[in-house]
Design a protein around this ligand. Structure first.
Ligand SMILES: *Cc1c(COP(=O)(O)O)cnc(C)c1O
Length: 223
């Protein structure tokens, strides 16, 4: 089923939009099935789970970290992670930079913004992001590379609201691009859209979509 699901999703994602297969909680056999169907980019939200799956699976997989990242867990993913979607403070960015230095690499990151109405979702607002980008500590971080923004829409059936939240993230991206990243070609990513709302996100300018249950089936959090 995973292969069929993946092909159905792929058929709806334009070639210039990156599809991240969100495999959190799923066994490596499921990821291998998606890999065998050609998928090479996977998203996980727990550092240890990602490390273990990275150890077991083929090494040409690109691992995207999409969850809340605790500073004491960065060391588990720093050697191999290809993109961290969830930077929401300067202290987290400094901690990622420190682990990147230890591993002698530059780690690509996205700034996560709070665009949803729900209180529970993590993320910056534009003022906090600007404060961060203007700070001296940010300017001294040579082993991280901010390549765009990420956000999650409210969990709702109100399509208009979802669309407006995605528009707000696109707007934030445009502002940051103009004020801080005008000369930086690599600042170009907008990660937005999940199983239920990724088609709207694509219409609103997503360059990356993060799709889990539509590919791997519903998750069972009780195990
Ligand atoms: C779980 C998760 C997804 C994927 O969710 P689905 O609804 O299963 O597609 C996408 N983004 C983030 C940040 C997630 O935590």
């Amino acid at each position: 089923m995973i292969k069929e699901n993946l092909n159905k999703v792929r058929a709806t994602v334009p070639n210039d939009v990156t599809l991240i297969a969100v495999s959190k909680t799923k066994p490596v056999t499921d990821l291998q099935e998606a890999y065998d169907a050609g998928q090479r980019i996977f998203g996980e939200n727990k550092a240890l789970e990602m490390r273990d799956k990275h150890q077991e699976l083929p090494k040409d997989i690109q691992w995207h970290f999409i969850g809340h990242l605790q500073t004491n867990k960065i060391k588990y993913i720093a050697p191999f992670v290809s993109l961290i979607h969830s930077i929401d403070s300067i202290s987290l960015l400094e901690a990622v930079n420190k682990e990147a230095v230890k591993n002698n690499r530059v780690i690509d990151c996205l700034l996560q913004f709070h665009i949803a109405k729900e209180e529970t979702k993590f993320g910056l607002d534009i003022e906090e992001a600007e404060e961060m980008l203007k700070s001296d500590s940010y300017k001294n971080l040579n082993n991280i590379n901010i390549i765009g923004v990420m956000g999650m829409a409210t969990f709702t059936d109100d399509v208009n609201q979802i669309r407006n939240e995605f528009k707000s993230l696109k707007n934030i991206f445009n502002i940051l691009k103009e004020r801080y990243f005008q000369d930086k070609e690599s600042f170009k990513e907008i990660s937005m859209g999940m199983s239920d709302d990724y088609p709207i996100a694509i219409e609103e300018g997503a360059t990356m979509v993060r799709v889990g249950s539509k590919i791997f089936g519903a998750r069972n959090y009780s195990i």
